[in-house]
Design a binder for this molecule. Structure first.
Ligand code: SAM
Length: 433
């Protein structure tokens, strides 16, 4: 969008503040954005940008509001301040532009009009004292890493030497990583196409490449034809590690939106069932498969109560989890989760493992995956499963707990693991009898 087409910043701030209200009331950022811009689709890119920026500066902005307000501002005022302070911190617009537009936004709504003087004063104070204020606030790890305290404590406990590097890498902008459909073209051939088009990219895994500049799918060569898909390098390991060969009966038990289902089909799985509990999300599986030109049987249902009449040689269990490994892509996650969610999700994962295990043929394999860094959902979950199931053995994999890597990566050498990826836990389990 050129600056001439761009909607006025005041309007964007106002809409982003509405998103913020919904998000701080517990709605995911994407849902909140969709709800707010539903009737104003032309505002979507700018509102999305402002809302994501606000989440990336959440801890700092909320502390600034606290520090510079004599009493707690009304929710609508606090929301407008949070999104405006994020714009000031990101430096995308000049300070005076943001302050003026925030005040206009405040004046244009009856909910914030009376506080427009306060909005003006607080933002101006921030601009004046920015450096000392931020230096002071960033001493606190919650502000420095933009993560809730309980989340930081979990990372510290699980990764004493690495937690800072993990938290830093999760503050980076999410890299756009593609999976090349190697049943159609090689990664090198696709890279050459990009080079010819002047698009900068780098290989970061067996089928993975990183496009250095983010772009919409409509501007990714070959996307609509199914030559490439968007999928993190770590997520791309699932289909190859499951090793589903043609003719094997395969179940993808938690399948939507179908990224891994499509990859399994690309790699040759012919008898593939995709099971998903959420009917709306299941629609995305169909879309994904159609774009690539592959097929699977899509079933809507709860994998904790599966149809026990059919046995499978391969099962992929990409279980629901805290998503603590993909915070770089979903910065809202740590602020939406509560500490008690970890135990609840761990219970669901255990129920899924126990319900799906009987569906495996003797000698069959189940690949357990979570995009999580918390050991309760990964290593500890699998250790407990192995204690419960004497007929299960763990098959070694090149890696179990993948920690998110930074985008300052070296070029990929021909080794199995990708060099750029989010955080995942993998365990391959074989049924011994
Ligand atoms: N494998 C997917 C991919 O690569 O695109 C991502 C799967 S996502 C991590 C987990 C999915 O499991 C969600 O779509 C969720 O709705 C679904 N799910 C959660 N509980 C489930 C259950 N009991 N049975 C089946 N699906 C479930």
């Amino acid at each position: 969008m050129s600056p001439v087409d761009a909607p006025p910043l005041a309007e964007v701030l106002q809409q982003a503040a509405m998103v913020w209200r919904l998000f701080r009331a517990g709605q995911s950022l994407d849902r909140a954005i969709a709800a707010v811009v539903d009737k104003r689709p032309n505002l979507r890119p700018a509102v999305q940008d402002a809302s994501y920026s606000a989440v990336r500066h959440l801890a700092a902005s909320e502390r600034i509001i606290e520090r510079l307000s004599a009493r707690t501002p009304a929710r609508d005022v606090a929301a407008l301040l949070a999104v405006s302070l994020a714009q000031l911190q990101s430096g995308r617009y000049g300070d005076h532009v943001v302050v003026d537009q925030a005040v206009s936004a405040a004046r244009s709504s009856p909910k914030t009009r009376a506080a427009s003087g306060f909005v003006n004063a607080l933002l101006r104070t921030f601009v004046r004292e920015r450096e000392s204020l931020l230096a002071d606030l960033r001493v606190d790890e919650v502000v420095h890493y933009n993560l809730p305290r309980w989340w930081i404590e979990r990372l510290q406990r699980a990764y004493p030497p690495d937690w800072k590097a993990i938290a830093e890498s999760q503050q980076q902008p999410p890299p756009l990583v593609l999976r090349v459909n190697t049943s159609r073209l090689s990664v090198d051939a696709y890279l050459r196409t990009l080079q010819d088009l002047g698009i900068s990219a780098m290989r970061v895994g067996p089928q993975a490449l990183w496009m250095h500049e983010p772009r919409p799918v409509s501007a990714i060569p070959g996307f609509s034809a199914g030559d490439v898909s968007i999928q993190d390098g770590g997520a791309q390991l699932a289909a190859s590690w499951l090793d589903a060969r043609p003719g094997m009966r395969v179940l993808d038990a938690c399948a939507a939106p179908g990224g891994k289902t499509a990859h399994l089909a690309e790699l040759g799985a012919t008898d593939l069932t995709a099971l998903e509990v959420d009917p709306d999300r299941a629609l995305r599986i169909e879309e994904n498969l159609r774009r690539i030109g592959v097929a699977a049987r899509i079933v809507i249902g709860d994998a904790r109560q599966p149809d026990t009449g059919v046995l499978y040689e391969r099962i992929l269990l990409d279980a629901p989890c805290t998503a603590s490994g993909i915070v770089r892509r979903h910065a809202d996650i740590p602020w939406l989760r509560r500490p008690t969610d970890v135990a609840q999700l761990t219970t669901v994962q255990r129920e899924l493992l126990d319900a799906l295990w009987p569906l495996l043929t003797p000698g069959g394999r189940l690949l357990y995956v979570v995009c999580s860094l918390f050991p309760e959902e990964g290593r500890e979950q699998i250790n407990r499963f192995l204690e419960r199931r004497p007929d299960a053995r763990q098959v070694p994999l090149p890696a179990a707990q993948l920690l998110p890597t930074s985008t300052s990566v070296a070029a990929w050498q021909d080794c199995g693991l990708p060099t750029l990826h989010d955080g995942f836990f993998y365990a391959l389990l074989e049924k011994t009898r």
